[in-house]
Design a protein. Structure first.
Length: 230
């Protein structure tokens, strides 16, 4: 959930970190940051792409760390230019038909993102929950349970995405992680993705000139990956 959209976890800028302890067992880490000019692009479909050029980016991240839990809080404020390129669609009343038109425009936007996440460990069981709200645009969350059976860790996750107050995406994940080394693992995953209510995303069906409201779409994704921690 703390993804790289608009450079949330990767940006050109500066940051400072302050650490302190609350009592004997809780560590508080606060990191304010400022980002400068940067560019990112997001492809929503084969016919539509957005490019973001960041003018300013600043925020703060705070973590509470205990022996068996972790809380993460983050707030970000940004100002950016967004360039839309691709193909749009509109309906004409008579005769009833849908026509396409080219899109190529740039406008200035501001964005505020709030996120909270927590992770608790109960012996071999770990529970994770994360929530993110992008003001006036989208809201998404996921929860995950994993159980460590060294060197294997099976896990299950479920998440939802809301756009314009409508649920537009649901994802269920079943997977297992094999720890090769302390910093290297191999993951095998199965994901079931359902796109709802004309939602956008990687598995949304492409809208064509003759299409009406898109039907709900599903995808089954099988993934084998190697993870490195540096």
């Amino acid at each position: 959930m703390y993804g790289a959209f608009l450079g949330i976890t990767g940006y050109n800028g500066i940051a400072a970190t302050w650490n302190t302890y609350i009592g004997d067992d809780i560590q508080l880490t606060v990191t304010p940051y400022v980002g400068f000019d940067d560019k990112n692009s997001v492809t929503f479909s084969p016919t539509f792409e957005l490019e973001f050029e960041t003018q300013r980016l600043y925020g703060i991240n705070a973590q509470l760390l205990g022996d068996f839990y972790r809380w993460n809080f983050s707030v970000m404020d940004g100002k950016f230019d967004v360039t839309s390129t691709g193909t749009g669609f509109t309906d004409i009343p008579f005769p009833p038909y849908e026509i396409s038109f080219p899109i190529n425009s740039t406008e200035e936007n501001t964005v505020k993102i709030y996120s909270i996440g927590t992770e608790y460990e109960f012996d071999m069981l770990k529970a994770t929950f994360e929530f993110q709200k992008t003001e006036s645009r989208r809201m998404d969350w996921y929860s995950m349970l994993s159980y460590r059976l060294a060197p294997f860790t099976p896990y299950v996750a479920y998440g939802q995405l809301y756009q314009e107050d409508k649920r537009s995406n649901m994802t269920t994940t079943l997977g297992v992680r094999y720890d090769v080394l302390n910093n290297v693992s191999i993951n095998a995953e199965y994901q079931y993705v359902k796109v709802l209510n004309d939602g956008s995303g990687a598995f949304a069906p492409e809208k064509t000139i003759s299409s009406q409201r898109l039907e709900d779409n599903t995808a089954n994704v099988f993934t084998l990956m190697v993870n490195f921690v540096f």
